[in-house]
Ligand binder design. Structure first.
Ligand SMILES: [Zn+2]
Length: 244
């Protein structure tokens, strides 16, 4: 005997989502965004694993900056990147820490030419975990040969809900904000970006994101769901995890 189920029983129901920030309506972050008209173009290459991460700040940064684009992929075609970086004659800088080593090219660091107008700058950011960002960098010679811009003397991160390995490691939004502050020699005010981050922090705390992070039992339960039944039972006996 076969059991026929209606299709809508087999597929998860799609939640209503916000067209602008692409999040579920109940998790919409549009109200947190503060518009900042920067002359510096920002191009964010986001690894697709970051898209569903509720604590990711690249989407908020993109909402705040009209002069920004966010490309999402697991792998970006090298040829497409080459064309994009060369088509308008702008000077692209890769915002990346100076302690990173790439397989194929020695990084060289950017020094602002005295006569280069700030609106001829493009700041390129890789939004991924450290491991994946290194993989992306190593996979793209056109990114490796870009002059790099590394932040120095940055303040401690205000981003309280995503753990950094070190206090000076910043969220994507903060890194972009401090880089533009340093590169833009006009009196443009970039602090509304930090206000947006604060509102985002506040909203995430309302969702209980900080609480989930502090409760290892719940975290273990969530992670454990991907393991086999055998490992699940081992984890259960070890950590006294409540299993479904
Ligand atoms: Zn939204």
């Amino acid at each position: 005997m076969t059991l026929d189920l209606p299709q809508n029983c087999l597929q998860p129901r799609k939640r209503a989502h916000c067209e602008r920030c692409q999040r579920a309506l109940r998790a919409c972050i549009c109200a947190c965004a503060k518009t900042v008209e920067s002359p510096i173009e920002v191009l964010i290459l986001q690894h697709s694993a970051e898209k569903g991460h509720i604590k990711n700040t690249a989407g908020l940064l993109h909402l705040c900056l009209p002069n920004s684009r966010l490309w999402l992929a697991e792998q970006f075609p090298e040829e497409l990147l080459q064309i994009e970086l060369a088509h308008d004659g702008k000077q692209t800088l890769l915002l990346y820490p100076d302690d990173s080593v790439t397989a194929n090219a020695e990084p060289h660091f950017f020094e602002m030419p005295a006569r280069l107008p700030v609106n001829r700058l493009r700041l390129l950011m890789i939004d991924a975990t450290w491991r994946k960002s290194r993989q992306m960098l190593n996979a793209h010679p056109c990114l490796q040969t870009l002059p790099r811009y590394a932040l120095t003397h940055v303040p401690e991160s205000k981003y309280v809900i995503r753990k950094a390995r070190q206090a000076h490691q910043l969220s994507t939004l903060e890194a972009a904000c401090y880089a533009m502050m340093a590169l833009d020699t006009s009196d443009k005010n970039y602090t509304p970006l930090l206000d947006a981050l604060e509102a985002f922090n506040h909203l995430q705390c309302q969702f209980g994101v900080h609480r989930l992070q502090r409760e290892p039992r719940f975290k273990m339960y969530r992670d454990a769901r991907i393991y086999s039944t055998k490992i699940l039972s081992e984890i259960s006996s070890k950590f006294s995890v409540a299993l479904p």
